[in-house]
Write a protein that binds this ligand. Structure first.
Ligand SMILES: [Zn+2]
Length: 389
């Protein structure tokens, strides 16, 4: 796929990035970071960084368009990102995703630093080692130190690859909160909770193949330091699957304080159902949840002052003008506009209120994490984002 990134795609990507930069400059006076080229960063020696450095990665499985976010008519939907988080961090306005635009395979590519090529709807692990395996293997970390909270049962294999010398013994623990909530609600004959349980918005009839959970509902509640009753009672006060994911992530942060936590949000992808107001509501909710994650980091002593937060969509959506596209609803055209996303990073040492517009790729996230936390992602194809180091 990367070989087919044409000059025209580059031009579109550059123009998307430029307009983002100008909107941000006029709205909050964001400074422009003039880094035209990636500065080479020597590979980390495993363990060379402070063992207390932490990273939380938040991805949106189901991206959003600039029309509903960065453009003047969309800015009201993301007040927290624009007015609270961005002034404290650096935003890359030109993240070019050259891989497959399916949520599981794109998120797996983000987590391995290699464009994975498997069928998005297959129950398979990533082919290349994940960031969790590099982290745990190089730094000799226990399994309680790397977690993924994922929205869909289709993500259940994302915690580790089947690459030689890596694999399950170094993987992350993957939590699929909906699966346990569904189990807990199995005896209740009501549709009242369907909004919390829907697995997949793109192909609602798709039921992922999934093996039996390795732990029971009771054990899952214990992981969260809750009783089953408390888990269910709390979960049912929440308004969406992403709220449920964040609730679980916060419990994990308090209980285990993992150094590496990966949260994938998915509410926005309700756009596939074609209802614009629900898509907008999900963008607004995601904006609020991102702020909540950052505030939780500041409140928790284990995280405050030593955590880098990455926020990025896996990819975008079709534009109204693209031929064969369906506007906000889907991501089917695969054009450069829907591939040009962004990444916001906040944390110690990161320039505040800064826009970086040199092209980067989603593959650069894992090498950046490696340089920050002190492990060597040797098979990842991206490069560390030197502006964050
Ligand atoms: Zn989607």
């Amino acid at each position: 796929m990367s070989d087919t990134w044409t000059l025209k795609a580059s031009e579109i990507s550059e123009s998307v990035s430029r307009s983002r930069r100008e909107f941000l400059r006029s709205l909050i006076g964001a400074a422009y970071y003039r880094s035209l080229f990636s500065v080479s960063v020597p590979p980390s020696t495993p363990g060379s960084q402070s063992p207390n450095r932490r990273a939380i990665v938040v991805t949106f499985g189901g991206g959003c368009r600039d029309e509903e976010t960065f453009m003047p008519q969309g800015q009201q939907n993301i007040p927290h990102l624009l007015m609270e988080l961005l002034p404290q961090g650096a935003i890359f306005t030109r993240v070019e995703n050259r891989g497959i635009l399916g949520h599981y395979v794109a998120t797996a590519s983000l987590a391995t630093g290699v464009y994975e090529t498997f069928d998005n709807f297959a129950s398979v692990p990533p082919q290349f080692p994940t960031v969790f395996e590099y982290f745990r293997r190089d730094l000799k970390r226990p399994s309680s130190d790397a977690w993924v909270v994922a929205p869909s049962n289709g993500f259940n294999r994302i915690g580790c690859s089947d690459a030689r010398s890596f694999g399950p013994r170094y993987g992350a623990q993957v939590v699929l909160p909906k699966r346990f909530l569904k189990q807990a609600l199995a005896s209740k004959k009501t549709d009242d909770y369907e909004h919390l349980l829907q697995d997949n918005y793109e192909t609602p009839l798709f039921i992922p193949q999934i093996e039996e959970p390795r732990i029971s509902l009771r054990e899952f509640a214990e992981v969260l330091n809750l009783s089953v009753t408390d888990f269910v009672t709390n979960a049912l006060t929440l308004s969406s699957p992403d709220e449920l994911s964040l609730y679980v992530a916060k419990q994990l942060m308090r209980r285990y304080a993992p150094n590496l936590l990966w949260i994938t949000l998915h509410d926005m992808d309700i756009a596939h159902a074609g209802c614009y107001s629900l898509y907008i509501e999900a963008i607004q909710r995601t904006d609020r949840l991102c702020s909540e994650i950052w505030r939780t980091i500041q409140k928790e002593p284990e995280y405050a002052g030593k955590t880098t937060l990455f926020i990025l969509p896996d990819f975008g959506r079709d534009s109204d003008g693209s031929v064969g596209g369906n506007g906000f609803q889907h991501h089917r055209t695969g054009d450069a506009r829907s591939r040009t996303t962004w990444l916001l990073a906040l944390g110690p040492g990161i320039h505040e209120n800064t826009v970086v517009d040199r092209p980067v790729q989603p593959l650069d996230v894992v090498p950046t994490l490696g340089a920050l936390l002190g492990f060597d992602p040797r098979m990842a194809r991206g490069k560390p984002m030197s502006e964050l180091l």
